[in-house]
Write a new protein. Structure first.
Length: 404
């Protein structure tokens, strides 16, 4: 037998959503008749648009014919899908051959971290989507977890709180090799302005850092003044890798489809481009996303599919508005939810987990404790607007009948 990988040994606590699921199922065992409503994990609930499901069905059926059958994928995605992503989502700011189709933002992040390697120093927002750190810890980019601070040693944390407008103070931020950032943001639901993101790109350029920009929620932006992609900012092509996903755009959380943009201008210190190494990773660790599902992606980016997805996202945003309004009326200090499916609410006087447990016990509504995203999230709860309309309305009624 072998010893456990020492980097894995450093991982702190259980995965956040696993702990939430455990507490939810404990309640369900105690109260088997309870109607438990989840505003916790950010998982989509609206059905896939019929035009998209039809394209997936047709692609699956074609696989049973000699003419339609396809084996291993050639290249890094179906050319039509790469083309549509480059034109519809990036308006030509990236070329189709810079679009690498994959099975979602999260697995692409893991493969990217494996490529960038254990020698990289990293900066992550606090609070942040936990998987930025998870991959970093496993490849060995961090030191041990420090119980007293709630932070991994050797990591630069970019504090993002209401006090700094959810944007880090870059003047006091040390240089790191990699900088992770996400806008519209999970968990705070806030979206960074053009000026803020330009500062971030300029900071990465000045420090010769790579910016790993997570645009998983880009299609929730409803104001064209707010960037949907990091490549809307000058100079980003030289320093930024962008992670994109069909999960929240089209309800593909279980179907799995995403993309990574690796611009040709992005180089290592010695001036050699990074993208050939990424191509090698894709070939060696992953043989491409399901071609059947890629046909679904092509349909998402057609006129009819895109309009249908936009309507679905509008529905999530209207539920986010209802959550925002209810929590505000109840006296919570609330952020986000205007260009993102998440709301970030301060729970004064109690810890995040205490607030989570109380709301779960009293109203049977599942939320996400802010501290699960990092110590700067302590004292906050995240509410997800991905639940069905009926569930969100019922959850808000229940919250309104209890005191904070
Ligand atoms: N990036 C961000 C910022 C996310 O919030 C999520 C999902 C992903 C990437 C994953 O994208 P895929 O393309 O589907 O891989 N966050 C959800 C789900 C949590 C989970 O278990 O991954 C959330 O509730 O935070």
């Amino acid at each position: 037998m072998i010893d456990r990988n020492p980097h894995v040994e450093k991982l702190h606590a259980d995965y956040l959503f696993g702990e939430i699921a455990r507490r939810k199922s404990a309640l369900e065992q105690r109260c088997p008749d309870a109607w438990v409503i989840s505003l916790g994990v950010g998982d989509t609930t609206a059905p896939i648009a019929p035009v998209v499901a039809q394209a997936i069905g047709e692609a699956a059926a074609a696989m049973s014919t000699p003419e339609g059958y396809r084996g291993y994928n050639e290249g890094f995605g179906l050319p039509e899908l790469q083309q549509r992503i480059a034109s519809r989502l990036y308006e030509g700011r990236v070329s189709p051959d810079e679009v690498y189709i994959g099975d979602g933002a999260c697995p692409a992040l893991g493969r990217m971290q494996l490529l960038l390697g254990s020698g990289c120093s990293i900066a992550v927002p606090d609070p942040a989507y936990p998987n930025y750190l998870f991959a970093g810890v496993v490849v060995g980019q961090t030191g041990a977890f420090d119980e007293s601070t709630g932070h991994y040693q050797g990591v630069t944390y970019l504090k993002c709180t209401p006090e700094n407008g959810f944007f880090p103070d870059l003047a006091s931020t040390p240089r790191t090799d990699l900088i992770f950032f996400c806008s519209p943001n999970n968990p705070t639901g806030t979206a960074s302005s053009r000026e803020q993101l330009q500062q971030l790109v300029d900071f990465a350029r000045a420090n010769a850092s790579i910016l790993i920009f997570d645009a998983a929620y880009r299609d929730f932006v409803r104001d064209d003044a707010i960037p949907r992609s990091i490549y809307e900012l000058g100079g980003a092509r030289e320093v930024a890798i962008e992670l994109g996903s069909f999960s929240k755009l089209a309800g593909f959380t279980g179907t799995r489809l995403g993309w990574t943009i690796v611009p040709h201008e992005l180089t290592y210190r010695d001036g050699k481009p990074l993208y050939p190494d990424w191509e090698q990773m894709q070939i060696s660790f992953f043989d491409g996303a399901s071609n059947i599902i890629q046909h679904g992606g092509i349909a998402v980016l057609g006129d009819q599919g895109f309009e249908a997805c936009r309507t679905t996202i509008d529905g999530y945003l209207s539920r986010a508005a209802l959550i925002r309004e209810t929590l505000t009326t109840l006296g919570y200090e609330v952020y986000g939810g205007e260009h993102a499916p998440y709301l970030w609410a301060r729970v004064p006087g109690v810890s995040s987990w205490e607030a989570f447990d109380r709301i779960l016990e009293q109203t049977h509504v599942v939320t996400t404790p802010g501290v699960g995203f990092g110590p700067a999230g302590e004292g906050f709860l995240r509410f997800s607007a991905f639940a069905a309309d009926r569930d969100v309305s019922e959850a808000m009624k229940r919250l309104a009948t209890r005191t904070v």
